[in-house]
Design a protein around this ligand. Structure first.
Ligand code: PMP
Length: 454
């Protein structure tokens, strides 16, 4: 875990110790609850990876309101983590709350369709272009089902992903690219599927490698984020990348699945609409139902027709009893109709620009070889001098203790960033004063870490 250039390692170690101790000291109830949780949960957290977040004991939320969190020890935070985009519109957006409250009285699961389903799929058609849509419980499931249909439609087994992309908890995707080819992600073997046989990987923005990987004609689908968000940074496609990706996939009979789960902050029709993309399938989830578990996948008429053999006869592997439940669908209708509007995006973009400017000014003032990227309402810094071209470049990870120190310094003073990557998201409920506070604190902590003051 190397310390990025410009940062004094001794100051960093001291600051990290101090912030960790301060976090624990001010949170006796969170510490007690964590002790209790350890006796019935793996690592004392409800999902094991929450234990990898920076604080020594997790933030225990008493309530989440608007773009704010209130913890069980009485602390208040501006929430820029927003549940990794799942709470992108702010916690309990009034339009979503009203819709869900009403729907609770009308039934929360029936396994029959209602008018909301059609209103939602018509609106998705309009925004994202693809004609046919299906509901799932999560984005992970949307990707799992999109890949299954792609294999059925093409008769091919393999998929291709970009190195270090994250598309949810899929066995086929738990892989990394090394000099010796694709191997299972560290720690996940045995994995049920042999990723060396199921999964091809190339680096994002590497069109030559992509062309070579697709040439044998054995890949069912390329699964890609339109802009990579999972390397802990915003990684933009280079000019011409998407046109070439589409062309190469078409020429080799490979389907293209665009995963919009994390790129909805780009605009009201995601990157698909912003960039004018033309994929065969689209997947999403998280924020689409405003905080109620939900996912979606859309497909072209050709995919729907080619997969008809499966969808007409197969009754396993595709779907789930709770998928498209009335609560989620009613919430989606409210999100699409009342929340994902041009005004919402204008607010998110304006605040994100300010946040990015504040960070860029501190980086410039201290002459740090770092960079801060933005995609609509999402902002994220990387400890690389130039914007990364791919996520592989960000490994081995540099600066995870720095990331922890920044996270803790800010959180101890009322600002919460994404626990995994340090990315920040703006919601329509985010206040400009919180963005301003972040700018002040960021300048302060970098001043302390470089030893050169603010
Ligand atoms: N796709 C992308 C791009 C993601 O970042 C994630 C989760 N971070 C998923 C899919 C899976 O979402 P979920 O964990 O909600 O199933």
């Amino acid at each position: 875990n190397a310390v990025p250039p410009g940062i004094d390692p001794d100051r960093l170690a001291e600051l990290l110790d101090r912030e960790r101790a301060g976090w624990i000291e001010a949170r006796p109830r969170a510490v007690a609850l964590h002790e209790r949780a350890r006796r019935s949960q793996v690592h004392g957290t409800p999902q094991h990876w929450i234990s990898q977040f920076p604080p020594p004991v997790p933030l225990v939320v008493d309530r989440a309101v608007g773009a704010r969190l209130y913890d069980t020890d009485g602390h208040e935070y501006a929430d820029f983590g927003l549940a990794a985009t799942a709470a992108l519109w702010g916690h309990n957006h009034p339009a979503v709350v009203a819709a869900v409250r009403d729907q609770l009285d009308r039934g929360s699961v029936t396994l029959w369709p209602n008018e909301d389903h059609v209103a939602v799929t018509e609106e998705l058609q309009r925004r994202f272009g693809l004609p046919f849509w299906q509901f799932t419980v999560s984005a992970s499931d949307a990707n799992r089902f999109a890949l299954l249909l792609a294999r059925v439609a093409t008769g091919r087994q393999r998929i291709l992903m970009f190195n270090r992309a994250y598309h949810g908890s899929l066995e086929q995707a738990a892989a990394v690219l090394t000099a010796d080819g694709v191997i299972p992600e560290p720690g996940v073997e045995p994995n049920g599927v042999d990723v060396r046989r199921t999964t091809k990987m190339v680096e994002f923005n590497d069109l030559d490698a992509l062309e070579r990987a697709l040439a044998p004609g054995d890949v069912a689908a390329v699964l890609a984020e339109p802009v990579m968000t999972n390397g802990g940074a915003v990684i933009w496609p280079e000019p011409g990348f998407h046109a070439a990706l589409r062309d190469l996939t078409r020429r080799t009979g490979t389907l293209l699945v665009i995963d919009e789960t994390q790129t909805i902050p780009a605009g009201p029709g995601g990157c698909v609409r912003e960039f004018g993309l033309d994929p065969d399938l689209i997947t999403m989830g998280k924020c689409i139902a405003g905080g109620i578990p939900a996912g979606l996948y859309g497909m072209s008429g050709a995919v729907a027709a080619a997969a008809a053999r499966y969808t007409e006869h197969g009754d396993g592997g595709l779907g789930s009893t709770m998928a498209g439940g009335p609560l989620a669908v009613r919430a989606m209708r409210a999100v699409l109709g009342e929340v994902m509007t041009e005004e919402t995006y204008a607010h998110m973009n304006r605040l994100a620009e300010r946040y990015q400017r504040d960070v860029a000014a501190v980086i410039a003032r201290h002459d740090l070889p770092w960079h801060v990227g933005r995609l609509g309402g999402r902002v994220s810094y990387a400890f690389t001098p130039t914007p990364p071209r791919n996520a592989g470049q960000l490994y081995p990870r540099v600066g995870s203790s720095l990331r922890d120190a920044l996270w803790l310094y800010l959180a101890n003073r009322g600002i919460v960033l994404n626990g995994m990557s340090g990315a920040a998201l703006m919601s329509p409920m985010t206040a400009e004063s919180d963005v301003e506070l972040h700018g002040t604190l960021f300048a302060e902590v970098i001043g302390a870490l470089t030893g050169r003051g603010e």
